[in-house]
Design a protein around this ligand. Structure first.
Ligand SMILES: C[S@@+](CC[C@H](N)C(=O)[O-])C[C@H]1O[C@@H](n2cnc3c(N)ncnc32)[C@H](O)[C@@H]1O
Length: 229
């Protein structure tokens, strides 16, 4: 989907996603909370003081993840190719900063962030551009920082169903975790570790703990590939 198409859907973004996942009985926010929880867990394992870190969310869309991360980092910056999505994110989340990114890449200096995150964006990027996308992501993270790529598990039947029902995803090319890892290593990350999540349709703390113990099994609805710069 092009940036103009995401511009057109920004005001009804959550409703469209919820319609595509309605068979699960879960709300869009459930998935946002699970991602925020996973990110915080990853960050806490890698850094001593997460609250001192600057986070960039590439392809942040309308910024629905950010209320779940508010107060957990020194700063939250979102960027997206869709102007209208950035406008809405800025309006909804005054605690974060937002920028539109263009064909020349991300509008930030080398090594500007401690962590760069990208959630369900790469499957909208043409495969021929995956390498360049990841190199740009790596460029804006300081040495020793992290890049976290969260993507759909293409082998999960309910994920495939949700993608098939979602009008945004008509152009989606899903990435296997193996492919994402390979692309990240080729883009220069020194190591890449993959964690699976969204095994269970509940946010109960015990379920989250169980999910963490299963993280190496490729049966979650989504996964996070974590690259060290
Ligand atoms: C499915 S939405 C995900 C939005 C958000 N990350 C979330 O999880 O709610 C995909 C987003 O990726 C953005 N996007 C697509 N290609 C991009 C690129 N090359 N660079 C930055 N953003 C991109 C789109 O404009 C859209 O907002």
């Amino acid at each position: 989907m092009s940036d103009a198409q995401f511009d057109a859907v920004q005001s009804g973004y959550e409703a469209i996603v919820e319609q595509s996942i309605s068979f699960s009985g879960l709300k869009h926010d459930f998935f946002m909370a699970a991602k925020a929880d996973l990110l915080q867990n990853i960050v806490a394992r890698h850094f001593e003081t997460p609250r001192a870190l600057d986070l960039l969310d590439i392809g942040c869309g309308v910024g629905r993840l950010h209320p779940h991360l508010h107060g957990k980092f020194a700063s939250i910056t979102g960027s997206d190719v869709s102007d209208k999505s950035v406008e809405r994110a800025r309006r909804d989340n005054p605690f974060a900063s937002y920028d539109t990114s263009g064909p020349d890449g991300l509008p930030y200096a080398d090594g500007h962030f401690d962590i760069a995150l990208t959630v369900c964006v790469m499957h909208h990027v043409p495969p021929a551009e995956w390498g360049a996308f990841l190199k740009e992501m790596r460029r804006v993270v300081r040495p020793g920082g992290l890049a976290v790529v969260i993507e759909h598990n293409p082998f999960h039947p309910l994920t495939r169903l949700a993608v098939a029902r979602c009008p945004f995803d008509a152009d989606a090319v899903l990435l296997s975790q193996r492919r994402t890892r390979r692309e990240m290593l080729a883009a220069g990350f020194s190591s890449v570790d993959v964690q699976n999540f969204l095994f269970l349709p509940t946010a109960a703390p015990i379920a989250r703990r169980l999910e963490r113990s299963l993280a190496k099994l490729p049966f979650g609805a989504q996964y996070a590939a974590v690259g060290v710069v």
